[in-house]
Design a protein around this ligand. Sequence first.
Ligand code: ZN
Length: 149
Amino acid sequence: MQLVHRLREAERFFLRVSFGADLLEDLTQFCAARNIRLAQFSGLGAVRRARIAYYDQSQKRYYERAFSEPMEIVSLIGNVSIKDGKPFVHAHIVLATGDGRTYGGHLCKGTEVFAAECFIETFHANDLVREPDAQTGLNLWTSETSDRM
Ligand code: ZN
């Protein structure tokens, strides 16, 4: 007998992120280790410190902001696609301070987890690829030539 084709169901994972883990790096490593190339995810929890960024559209560059205080993860949302041939995690986060102020932005390395829960839904499909976009200066999804609208 010879295996000629395998149909794989999309998988869904509930994850508990470890105390002290770097949130973005942990998500990236999880996807790389399981060859997750296309996914969406959400999450919540708390961080010990954080780094988030704001993209300045006129200057076409990110400005990072660091927070050294514990905060709640009110919302974490993102996706996984392919950049430079590897799974790339793009995540945005909203964080709340003890007095209820919120800060949000593009999740950067350096966000250290106190406790967090994530739900990842994967898809088995053609690669969704990010490439540099001259108009925005961002790495954006490219459209598939066969399905161009
Ligand atoms: Zn972003």
